[in-house]
Design a protein around this ligand. Sequence first.
Ligand SMILES: [Ca+2]
Ligand SMILES: [Ca+2]
Length: 276
Amino acid sequence: MKRYARLMCGIVAWSAVSTGNAGGPGWDGGGPYPIYGRSAELQGTRSVQAQTLAAQGSDWGSAMLEWSIHSPGPAQWRYQYTFRNFNPRSIGYVTVDLPRDAFFGISTNFGWDASAIQNVVINGKNATQLTYSLAGLDGMETCVRIDETVDANQLIVYEFDSNRAPEWGHMFVRGGGPPNDPVYSNNASNVGLGDESGLDAIHYVARPGRLIRPGNMNCDSLINTQDLFGFITALTNSEGYESIYPACNLQNADVNMDGLVNGRDIQVFVDILVAP
Ligand SMILES: [Ca+2]
Ligand SMILES: [Ca+2]
């Protein structure tokens, strides 16, 4: 629980606004995609790239995404995203790129962790996640269609609960006109999912991250001797661990739950393997 407490103490008012690609911790701006999988700030803002809006025939030049995340209890997070300065109905879809471990199976027969995004509310009204897909930079995407017109302040507020703490990832926004607009009314799986080339991506957004499951170092469904190598690597070379297991969570090595990954976890890890 110390880890949880520390997370809550880490709330900072943080703002990083830029045009074009927004930077973030660990990203030097090089390459097409930033680095993901690091703990993200619980509050922050991002500008939305103007090119996207121009391409969609709308005016998103000053559009802004703002997020605020709080944790009502252990392993519970409420995510709130506020879109500002969008014209009414100019957002057709919002897509969240989720980590690989939110997705199970193979492409033709898959499932997902329904607890990763649930209890979806848009502008105070219950909404439904429309589609999941094995896509995205981190493994899968989930999409919601924005049926609500914006309120008097031209805000769109997208909220949901998740079993996952925030990590850096990205979201996609897609334009949409009136209901008979072919872009807006088309199938979400065709138009709602993100364009990885980045014109409609908002980089370095705090979004639900990887599940924490202490002791499971290789991200399969088991905790067993197959996790030994990952555990040792996590303790001795954390960067090496993250490059070998990019979809896994280094914090899974914190098996004694004291918030640290170090030698104090070894005996507990051995105990778990002997009596899982
Ligand atoms: Ca495992
Ligand atoms: Ca520990």
